[in-house]
Design a protein around this ligand. Structure first.
Ligand code: PLP
Length: 385
């Protein structure tokens, strides 16, 4: 309101990876508006959706060949869970309809997504009684650079052993658990989980809504390991923060069984599915990203975050400082009060939105050295004070 300028340290909820008001995406959208802004996607198709789907299939693991577009990350998660249930239903196993997940996860704000988000940290405590109850295993304790132990998968294995006839899928965020705690864990955990899912006939869903499109230093976080999920959820940075769009990518075998089984189609059809403007923004954003030196940019941001946040380690109220790709986290011992801290960040020229015990940075990939320093300096100054 007063005209002052802030550096956005969280890329508009992790989506505006190219910064704001990008001329290339602006131009693409202006052209698309003049061609077509919307058409129903039930029985009709259009070029931007086809092109974007093909791009997404090209840059994700080979077995993921089918794409379902929806309006937001939460809906992409609902879609993934419904696909898993319908996959087992089509094979005469309707009782396989529950989800398994790990604690500290966050998968969105709609009812199905809430049911698999952390019951304590997932911000949904008050809705607990209205949710389907799902199976929660302990989150892995192994850090990103460590190898996971048998202890890390113990509770997953115990739950699968007892309940696999009721479980359709295991859903989790690979490598980085975002809004549920900003935790980083080992790629080896994903290999162990994949093997368990195969052994107990349970589909594996990766939610890369936060981690997709370069954020962790790989185009997708799953590339830190060797595992391909059966279903993959994408959102947030998909359109560079311009329009709301998400995608659920599916393994060929899952798509085929759903299509060939009863009732013969996947039972979900959002009104604005594959909106042409959103798909056009997605295509332009993806092209911008792939044509840019994004790996170097993320490496440079990672280095800047590590150096800039290092002084926080000496503060007695700080428990941990960690960086992975373009994600910097300062974890405190005690919960912080956002209403107290946020105005202090604004006074220091930055926009951040800490939660619980976490102050975190997820800057846009185009951030300058100077702006990144402003961000980390503000964190050090405010937390020291
Ligand atoms: C943000 C987020 C969602 C929900 O996406 P919305 O677009 O806010 O509905 C789901 N999963 C993860 C991992 C997220 O970070």
């Amino acid at each position: 309101m007063d005209g002052s300028e802030l550096i956005d340290g969280m890329s508009s909820w992790w989506s505006a990876i190219h910064g704001y008001n990008h001329p290339v995406i602006n131009a693409a959208l202006t052209q698309q508006i003049q061609t077509m802004s919307h058409v129903m996607f039930g029985g009709l198709t259009h070029q931007p959706a086809v092109d974007l789907a093909m791009q997404l299939v090209a840059i994700t693991p080979a077995p993921l060949t089918t794409v379902f577009f929806s309006d937001s990350g939460s809906v992409a998660v609902e879609v993934a869970m419904k696909m898993a249930i319908q996959y087992w239903y089509a094979q005469g196993q309707p009782s396989k309809s529950k989800m398994l997940t790990i604690r500290h996860g966050y998968h969105g704000d709609t009812f199905g997504a809430m049911s698999v988000s952390d019951p304590v940290n997932g911000m949904h405590g008050l809705f607990t009684h209205g949710l389907v109850s799902q199976f929660f295993a302990d989150a892995p304790q192994c850090g990103f650079d460590e190898t996971c132990s048998e202890q890390d998968t113990e509770s997953v294995e115990a739950l699968l052993k007892r309940h696999h006839l009721q479980i359709a899928a295991f859903i989790l965020e690979p490598i980085v658990q975002g809004a549920g705690g900003m935790r980083f864990y080992s790629p080896s955990y994903l290999s162990a989980v994949r093997a368990l899912c195969d052994r107990y006939d349970v589909l594996l869903i990766f939610d890369e809504i936060a981690t997709g499109f370069g954020r962790t230093g790989k185009l997708f976080a799953l590339e830190h390991g060797t595992v391909t999920p059966d279903i993959l959820c994408l959102g947030k940075a998909l359109t560079g923060g311009y329009l709301t769009l998400a995608a659920t990518l599916v393994h060929q075998k899952v798509a085929t069984i759903i299509s060939e089984g009863d009732p013969g189609v996947f039972m979900h059809g959002p009104t604005f599915m594959a909106n042409p403007l959103a798909c056009c923004a997605g295509l332009a954003s993806l092209q911008l990203l792939l044509d840019s030196p994004w790996q170097q940019r993320i490496k440079r941001i990672a280095a800047g975050l590590a150096v800039g946040l290092a002084p926080c380690r000496k503060l007695p109220q700080v428990k941990d400082v960690r960086v992975l790709g373009a994600i910097g986290v300062v974890e405190m011992h005690e919960p912080i009060t956002m209403t107290t801290l946020q105005p202090l960040f604004v006074e220091n020229g930055v926009w951040l939105r800490p939660f619980n015990r976490l102050v975190y940075l997820m800057p846009p990939y185009i951030i300058s050295e100077a702006d990144l320093e402003t961000l980390t300096d503000a964190v050090v100054t405010v937390l020291s004070a």
